[in-house]
Design a protein around this ligand. Sequence first.
Ligand SMILES: *[C@@H]1O[C@H](CO)[C@@H](O)[C@H](O)[C@H]1NC(C)=O
Length: 271
Amino acid sequence: MLQIKSFIVFCGLLALTSALLEGLPLPLGQILPLGPALPLKPPVPVDQTLPLKPALPSNPLDLPAHLTSALTNGLLSGDLLGILQNLPLLDMLKAKGDNSGSLVGGLLGKVTSVIPLLNNLIEVKVTDPQLLELGLVQSPDGHRLYATIPLGLVLNVKTPMVGSLLRLDVKLNITAELLAVRNEEGNLHLVLGDCTHSPGSLKISLLDGIAPLPIQSIVDSLTAVLNNVLPELVQSKVCPLINGILSRLDFTMAHAIIDLLIHGVEFVSKV
Ligand SMILES: *[C@@H]1O[C@H](CO)[C@@H](O)[C@H](O)[C@H]1NC(C)=O
């Protein structure tokens, strides 16, 4: 309530300032509700209770860039790339293979070669982990942000069924929802909401050109299993990192963002 009030004051001041600048008669109707003794000051931050430091992005347009760079830096310093490189994929894939026919068979329909394939995997190694450029969009109602975290890696797969190493290029987008919530003490925080991958945001392709048919069918089987395992695995590693980053976010930046989200002010382009 206090915030809405100061927001109204802010708007009133803006109207007053621009009216004065333009030498127009004051729009009395808009100023009256603010009370008679309002001094004319330069526009103030939306929430005057927040200690806004001058070093801060005073221009809301800078906030998206500051936020994406804070997220990017936080992910990298949280060793995202090391985490991707050490994903326990071989164990997880073998576990899928051991998990008798019913589960895997059901998931994969008529792909019958998959269980021996999984059981015979010798090595599944991640190389070239990458964090690509983060994207940021705002929900249509303005109250939430969605950060797209595009990840890339290469899987080196060794299996006796294929003489040479299979190299798969993997791209996956994780989407993290950011929203402002009030905790029990009544303080507003920027927190992680949903953190997930959208269906179809996992893309797997064979590096090194086109494979002969039998190899392609192995690639297809692997892709089907990875579709089932990889996004959840990556999410389970990446989402806690985002949570940590949000909790350590620069206070002033976080509160500037919270203010805009609470008021549903568009400062990032919408979905
Ligand atoms: C990830 O999202 C970006 C847009 O933010 C899109 O261009 C790209 O194709 C997506 N990648 C995948 C693997 O879906």
